[in-house]
Design a protein around this ligand. Structure first.
Ligand SMILES: [Zn+2]
Length: 130
């Protein structure tokens, strides 16, 4: 399995997520600190709310990561070489529901001299060759 995060990028993402978690834990403890005569039901509700917030932050972070195209070390599916990012290009996909125009990040392999659209969340057909 190939990895798409460089160690530096992974570390940056981890740092951001840990900061988010720490914020949520502080909010949780602040809440606890401010409530007198606490009931189990109160804790239960606060845990659900905290869990929701943490889940949203985990999702948002990776959605932004995907959108930023910062995931690096994408490899050529033919030779395994490092792909160069070439900006966004439009790809027309003929789907069962008709033609769909997708703005996709476009990559180029200098070794194979071919371009690729890597798979994204909106694309179930694997890596698309141009
Ligand atoms: Zn290649």
């Amino acid at each position: 399995m190939s990895k798409k995060l460089t160690p530096e990028r992974r570390e940056a993402l981890k740092k951001k997520l840990m900061n988010d978690l720490e914020e949520q834990v502080d909010t949780y403890l602040d809440w606890y600190d401010s409530i007198e005569d606490i009931k189990f039901r109160d804790i239960e509700n606060q845990v659900l709310e905290t869990r929701h917030q943490i889940g949203a932050q985990l999702a948002q972070t990776l959605v932004e990561e995907e959108a930023s195209g910062q995931a690096t070390a994408l490899r050529c599916p033919v030779c395994g070489g490092k792909l160069q990012r070439k900006g966004k290009k439009e790809k027309v996909v003929v789907s069962l529901a008709g033609e769909v125009r997708l703005k996709r990040e476009y990559y180029y392999c200098p070794h194979c001299q071919r371009g690729f659209f890597p798979p994204g969340p909106d694309d179930g057909d694997g890596i698309g060759m141009e």
